[in-house]
Design a binder for this molecule. Sequence first.
Ligand code: GLU
Length: 303
Amino acid sequence: MSCPMPPAQPYRGRFAPSPTGLLHAGSLTTAVGSYLQARSQGGEWLLRMEDLDPPREMPGASAAILRTLEALGFAWDGPVVYQSQRLDAYQQALDHLVAQQRAYPCACTRREIALAGQAGLDGVVYPGTCRAGLAAGRTGRAWRLRVPAGLTRVVDGLHGPIEQDVLACVGDYVLKRADGLFAYQLAVVVDDAWQGVNAVVRGADLLDSTTRQIVLQQALGVATPRYVHLPVLVNAAGEKLSKQTLAPAIRPDAAAAELRLALTRLGHPPPADCGGLAELWAWALAHWALSRVSAAPVVVQEA
Ligand code: GLU
């Protein structure tokens, strides 16, 4: 008897910059790789502004990022989603987890955690102090996910199989912070699911977050997308290019040169006679192959 295959889902990817600074070489490289991975498979490519943390936001950065992407010839599907408009959805997801006893309030201060916890993957591992309930007289400040014990596995498109014991390496992590802001991990999982994203292509600095996100997807009962983590760009000292290392902003008025550089860093150096923006995109779409992209960090010369 033949088994009918479920219809293949069309590829749906996204780029999700945080407007904490302008687009720089690192974030542009991620945008280019995620765009080509989607478009070369006839997929959709969505844009989501992760403006979840107003104190860390740079005024004007959201609009500037969109202008730069446009100047470089990116075209996204549908309207841009702003996480600042999605707070009700994050609260609903948290309420659901709390109702299912998958999330709980935590009264611990940073200092208390630092004293009781041990060093982990991302700071101190939460020691589980409030897991079984708040101590008498204490008030909840943050909300944490009750992380199940055991290994979480993922096969990354570039890095291969990865497994992690999230409870041992990170502990019950924060979903809503003591200052009332929702954590990136919650927002990204809720939005990837809500937007129907089934292919996440992003920077390798987030590789470590992936298992945390899978644990949360399982708790919420939503699908896990495929993952590809593109190389981060580092300077000669091995530091990731970022606002902190004063990475210069991408110049919209030098769009073709910027795109050529990003493609080269992704293992796709365009031929010298491939001049304009449209030509570069056409060449890149025709030649894009993930197998040519380095999994290791790419060292760039700083201007
Ligand atoms: N907003 C995150 C960043 O700019 C990316 C999140 C993601 O792609 O999952 O680093």
